[in-house]
Design a protein around this ligand. Sequence first.
Ligand SMILES: [Zn+2]
Length: 212
Amino acid sequence: MRRRLAILGSWGLCLLAGAAINVLVAWGFALWDGMVYERIEHDPGEAMILMSGYRAPADWNIRTLVEQRGLGTHNVMITEMVWAGSTLAAMEGSRNRSVVVYEHGWPMRSLRVRGAHDSRATGDGLVRLWRSGIVLNDGSGNAYPVVLPVRPMPIGFAANTLLLGGVVWLVGVVGVGPFALRRVHRRRGGRCEACGYDLDGLDTCPECGSDA
Ligand SMILES: [Zn+2]
């Protein structure tokens, strides 16, 4: 019983560690500018928008689609604003509605921000923390927005947590890892596990004195 509890406990701890690493990795990609692909589409067609994985309501007058992809990152912005060469510009008389989606994580994207903007909505702008994440830089001025997402994407979050928790379990509990592999390699080669010296059949290592 006690042993079973200990095993369950170690599994739980590994999963918790996996979840924590998962969050840190996703935030790392949010902070790291690893974009490898960016496209800005003017007056994007329906097919173009669907390719980004998101769609805005049909009554929107969509003028710009901005999509960025990179390792651990997928950002999409669908907006009624226009692209003015280097930045988005609001249109007079328009509600300038936008939806912004930032997704980060590795190997699957696991945390997301999904923010909406409507210049005529009351209490405009910031949605709850759950949706909008921890905003380190809101992108005003010329800086690129930096937001740490807090909202899990169910499948990606579960998959990453299981995978990373499994790695923690293998390294921390089973003892698989570079050092453990090196010990096995040395033992098979008839060398000292501690220092790698050729034992030549001896029981005690002549180099470092450890028992073979
Ligand atoms: Zn040795």
